[in-house]
Design a protein around this ligand. Sequence first.
Ligand code: TYD
Ligand code: MG
Length: 456
Amino acid sequence: MAKTKTIYVCQNCGVTTPKWAGKCNSCDEWNTIVEEIEVVGKNKTLATMVSRNLSKPLTLNEIETGKTDRFTTSNEELDRVLGGGLVPGSIVLLGGEPGIGKSTLALQVAMSIPHKLVLYISGEESLEQIKLRSTRLSGNNEGCLFLSETSLENILVQIDQVKPDILVIDSIQTVSTELIESSAGSISQIRESTAGIMKKAKALSIPVILIGHINKEGSIAGPKVLEHVVDTVLQFEGDRNFMYRILRASKNRFGSTNEMGIFEMSHDGLRQVSNPSELLIGAHHQGLSGTAVAAATEGARPFLIEVQSLVSSAAYGNPQRSSTGFDTRRMNMLLAVLEKRAGFKLISKDVFLNIAGGIKVADPAIDLAVIIAVLSSNFDLAVDHNICFAGEVGLTGEVRPVSRVEQRIAEAEKLGFQQIFIPFANKGIHTQKFIIDICRVKNVPETLKLLFQNKK
Ligand code: TYD
Ligand code: MG
């Protein structure tokens, strides 16, 4: 006999308690604990479970892998982030703030996959709304079926009947099951619905794209729980007011998490940006001080990005230090290196730093460009716009080796740069295959001498 039980679940971290409380003991958040009703009908003991038909353990050689061939989504940027395409039976969670373009991306992918039957289930939009959106996007896949549905039970029936090659659910927060009393979007509903969809998808080997909202703290709403069960977690980011959108994997069972996909939101949907350098260095600010171009990489893809800095005298009190797209603590460290190792007095200066395009870069190889941009602004001396930089800066002011240096050089050359500064410590580079002038530097003072000496 199924019984119901009242439990209290924190909507932030998913912890359950037998009693309500104003503050969650586990994550210290206030007003996140909500009453939920759970059906506890399974009076199973371990003994009854053991007598079940169990699957047999296999050696690696015995496991068949024929089914895990990936297939492409016809969207290069998405494929790259997924690690080469969708893996049958895998669950991809696509998270992002409202209005960032999750539904647009999913719909665009659904409409452009050739020769595959896609089932697109939306709990957020009516069929007319989807139709309206689709008219703005290019691509017209006849093999794409749409359904507006929120009940898990009905969704599972439809999956069985349609047997799609790909399933899209927009969004997991709108799906609910009758088995649980609590409202759609609560932790137990999300957990149950995902489990139901996942079981079906794994059984039929259907890849699923699940769309998930994120809360104001930036994590996928409720389901930290969810991130553990799905195979891939994709985050769609970017300031809503910028045109560019970045897709990254924060977890990927079938590929690397270093890759990044770049899209541009236009009036007819998301355009893939296959050559990011083009937009990230944008218009050359010939003759203006305070900018330097860094040869960065994200995953396996090199791109050039402009670092902008503004250094001015602090009016009162503590000088301001602020950065967008670059870790502020790392910027402070680089400023300290400049003070101590290169003798620049920046102590009474406000320093502002900005990475072009609203993109966050984690690659330490942009350190050198940051330092050059800061000093360029400080001296009001422009850096020649045909020069770019790649190098990590250490605490002693040494320029440390960077990864994939040849790819960075090749990208700089491709974009018409005439000189690139790279770390001396990067050995074994086939310099003869490049036309671009390669300048190898050991430390920050040496770099500055080469760049600014004739000008000062
Ligand atoms: P949407 O994809 O609905 O975002 P989400 O599902 O993540 O909440 O919304 C995307 C935003 O982009 C929306 O504000 C309108 C805009 N947009 C365009 O600029 N061009 C387009 O072609 C489409 C479809 C949307
Ligand atoms: Mg949406």
